[in-house]
Design a protein around this ligand. Sequence first.
Ligand code: BGC
Length: 732
Amino acid sequence: MGAVAILCGAGCRESHDDTPIYLDKSQPMEKRVEDALSRMTLEEKVALLHAQSKFSSAGVPRLGIPEVWCTDGPHGIRPEVLWDEWDQAKWTNDSCTAFPALTCLAATWNPGLSDLYGQSIGEEARYREKDVLLGPGVNIYRLPLNGRNFEYMGEDPYLASRMVVPYIHGVQRNGVAACVKHFALNNQETRRNSVNVVVDDRALYEIYLPAFKAAVQEGGAWAVMGSYNRYKGEHCCHNSYLLNDILKRDWGFDGVVISDWGGVHDTRQAAANGLDMEFGTWTDGLRDGASNAYDNYYLAQPYLKLLREGKADMATLDDKARRVLRLIFRTAMNTDKPFGSLNSPEHIAAARRIAGEGMVLLKNDGDVLPLDTEKCRTILVVGENAIKMMTVGGGSSSLKVRHEYTPLEGIEAAVGDDVKVVYERGYVGDVTGSYNGVETGQDLADNRSEKRLIADAVAAARKADAVIFVGGLNKSGHQDCEGADRKQLGLPYGQDKVIEALAEANPNLAVVIVSGNAVAMPWIDRVPAVVEAWYSGSEAGNALADVIFGKVNPSGKLPFTFPVRLEDNAAIAMGEYPGGASVEYREGIFVGYRWHDTRHIEPLFAFGHGLSYTTFEIGNARIDRTTLTDGGTIRLSVEVTNTGKRAGAEVVQLYIGDDSSSLPRPVKELKGFEKVALNPGETRTVTFDITPEALQFYDDTRGQWVAEKGTFTAYVGAASDDIRASVGFDLE
Ligand code: BGC
């Protein structure tokens, strides 16, 4: 026990040696948790388990155990809302740095940047005195219509796993819990609160769970958020199979399960099925309730009643309270945590760097990009997304930023005064600019007819040396936005017509898509250069300019497939979408490139695709032995050379295919990748260690992961459809 100095009324100090164990930092955490728990009343334990305001829960005031403060997540720290309302609190000190959307982070294929992202956003959370960051999201990209895909890390469980772990480490280093969401199977927004997902165990374990498992076991996430939808008929926020059996028992998760906001529906289930903290349940607030309306939460008075009547288990209550105490010790009561920082130059630089590294050069015929300002003296920028702020909107991830550089501003700043930048609108999409009381303050009104807008853009294009069209989706409803799905794969607001007309008027055209989802590109054969720029946060415009003018050599790779047509997507072709009361994932494990490969459906742009301003050669793949045994490793080596004239980075991707197996398997699956920075002419050897684990599939009849003996092929390439080397080996 440590000593504590107590300040007496008269100002005298006396020393006591009776510091309670739970306050003694030198004691092991579990001992502190037990000590705190032993001092708490039934009512105090229950009070830990539900919200007391929109984003906070009570601590134990009597014992000096602090409240828990949550914040969205996952791209920046959400501005303050009122205690009991969604309205803005109108603080003037809560403008944050917006980091790029998680699709962009995933597209960097750079785990180091994921750590930087987590560290930076964790510092912002810490500075704003938040204990739990509601993110990152790792729901798998099942189809391009999901309105929330931009908040997730793509279609591949391995990529999402490798990228989510460092994010969590970075955040939690700040004494802020990462709350990984939405567990699980929340892959569409349509009927998200009720839809029951029917999925086979192979797809569950091989596709939809691995990133969560990695987040918990390798990332050590302190919190997980349940999802709104149902699975096996039970809502996922109180789903015994997902939360008690898989998350807590099988994976050994010792943190808290937090409900999604309003995702709790029943007290008995909430009590018994693995939920620890309830947030966002609808109440009539403090204004109109008979008493504090949070008392009406499922895990508040109704739970207390069950406990008092002996109808709910005290041991389960203690388990929940222990988890919340652990969370508080790890965050709010961690006196060693750093102080954090907000909008620091380092955060701005991190946002710009991640954005630049995540942008994907999809096509670049004739080396249209990077634009050479010596030759391009007049640059025409067209499109609403060149001027529209994108950090406001999209649902709970919407932010209030200290600044956001739009693409047009970035381009203007990059070229300086001697190059003329002309802007034309081209189309009018959604001119509104507010979300949840945060206003962009932009006036985007334009009353020209569609015909006029196109004619004006075309006239300007004819006079320009180069044209950059910046369009795509936005964060409005039915685009990339929470609460509803997209209605089509095609670009909205007649953008295809504008692009076609521009391509006709000026061959020196680059199309920049700002989106968090794949879009159709019927004009692709007529457009020489295309960039996927994502929602890239505060520094969006500067990062885009870095890529357009070659300050940054693109090295992003797609974290999901761009299909030519919506029908080419597995869920649309084979599975069900959006379903009714239930949605059946009939495509099973064949999600994304797994489907395209198996069905020989050529994508518009494949998973893992992304070009550079230089070229890379990937040499032959060599292995140090041809037979893999249990517990053994095969080391695969491959040389990668920068064969072009600029420094750049290539992502060397390792896929493995099972040549024959007792159950259907994808042609190949991502099992390793490494981003390699190379100067012109430089060669480096990349190595991958292949273990039997990488060869496993989930055998749903046995309920086990198994690797079957036989022949496998390791494929090494620069994209899932650009395999440059392959080598076979056996598993014994
Ligand atoms: C979203 C969560 C979010 C929460 C709190 C919910 O609507 O699904 O992702 O963290 O709101 O804003």
